[in-house]
Design a binder for this molecule. Structure first.
Ligand SMILES: *Cc1c(COP(=O)(O)O)cnc(C)c1O
Length: 368
């Protein structure tokens, strides 16, 4: 692999393939696989990732917002796409681009039916979202009768799935809570299926649900973070390969004397002589100020160089006093050997946040 000559996010489609195969090995052959590619496929490249997954056998895609679905359609994705969190202003666009809404409350149900009716749709596919404990989006179970009677008044829409979302599938201390969610979901599916008189797709599990609750896979699973290489536990992390590597370069080296300071607000004041390297990546690229002042680090020639002083918008400085290196040398922010979730921990956050936060300014490079 050629060394980075600027800040780049390398995306390894072989690793994606590996993660997809591993997740598939955890589910029955007839359980469908929904690939969650919201937020630029967790900060990588939604169109490239979705095209690769479409070719290797993903059945369904999910995005959060309508415009993300439009981008996938423009990139040639023909598989069904669930939009997890649509807003009424986008309902016409959804229908124009064959995007399937998650219907999470009565207002959205009524407004979507109105738009679908006005557009002369019949049996337009919709997904009913139930709240079983996350308390974020979704109907409650006691609204089932009202949903069913509203649906009976129209043939503009048809329920292709109903689903719910687990609140703590990665946390085994919360197993009793999760089992309650699973049971609540089962009760909902029974009532919905008998009311509708047909069998929509049932789905509940995200990545950690797939790994920790095999009894709850139902007809389809939804995976995001696993595809990108994180298993949300030390044990499962070993089975995945992070697909993205964030690399950069040393722009400049400074040798400072005792008493000099580094960066804005003179946040670092040295009581010894030291050497620093300036790296062209900053909080505008997704490495926030919470990584500054000794918390986060980068790797230079395989050694840890802590971030020194405040992270700037376009660059950050690291302490290289004990590292043999030169201007122009490659810098690793994270890669498969130094995974993003470990760096995330230094700022009290999780893999999801650091990888989805890498801004669009950082060039994406595909390794096929
Ligand atoms: C983001 C999301 C997922 C994917 O979760 P992972 O933990 O990344 O696998 C699944 N379902 C819903 C509803 C989501 O919002």
């Amino acid at each position: 692999m050629p060394k980075a000559q600027e800040t780049v996010l390398e995306i390894d489609l072989k690793a994606l393939n590996h993660n997809f195969r591993y997740l598939k090995s955890k589910i029955n052959p007839d359980t469908k696989f929904m690939a969650v590619v919201k937020a630029f496929a967790y900060g990588s490249d939604a169109c490239e990732i979705a095209n690769c997954l479409q070719n290797i056998g993903a059945d369904y895609f999910a995005v959060a917002y309508a415009q993300e679905g439009v981008a996938l359609r423009n990139a040639g994705i023909t598989k069904p796409i669930l939009v997890l969190h649509p807003q009424p202003i986008n309902f016409k666009t959804l229908i124009e681009r064959c995007l399937e809404p998650s219907i999470y409350n009565a207002k959205i149900l009524n407004e979507f039916i109105d738009v679908a009716t006005a557009q002369n749709q019949t049996n337009y596919p919709v997904h009913i979202k139930f709240n079983t404990g996350l308390n974020r989006l979704g109907f409650s179970a006691d609204e089932i009768d009202a949903i069913l009677s509203r649906l009976k008044t129209t043939n503009a829409v048809k329920v292709v799935s109903y689903f719910s979302h687990l609140a703590a599938s990665e946390d085994l201390d919360e197993r009793p809570f999760t089992v309650n969610q699973i049971n609540a979901y089962i009760a909902i599916t029974e009532k919905m299926t008998s009311g509708l008189g047909y069998n929509p797709i049932r789905h509940l599990c995200n990545t950690s649900g797939i790994l920790n609750y095999p009894e709850a896979h139902f007809d389809m699973v939804r995976s995001g973070i696993g595809l990108y290489g994180f298993g949300n536990s030390d044990k499962e992390d070993l089975n995945f390969k992070p697909i993205a590597a964030l690399k950069s370069i040393i722009s400049q080296i400074h040798h400072l004397q005792k008493g000099q300071s580094v960066g804005y607000n003179r946040a670092y004041k040295s009581d010894v002589a030291l050497s620093t390297a300036t790296i062209p990546i900053g909080h505008a690229d997704g490495i926030g100020r919470q990584y500054g002042n000794g918390k986060g680090y980068v790797l230079i020639n395989n050694q840890i160089a802590p971030i020194i002083g405040n992270v700037c918008m376009d660059m950050l400085m690291v302490n290289i006093t004990d590292i043999a290196c030169n201007e122009g040398d490659e810098v690793i922010v994270f890669d498969a050997a130094h995974p993003a979730h470990q760096l995330a921990k230094t700022a009290n956050t999780i893999s999801y946040e650091i990888i989805t936060g890498i801004s669009q300014r950082v060039k994406r490079v595909l390794l096929k």
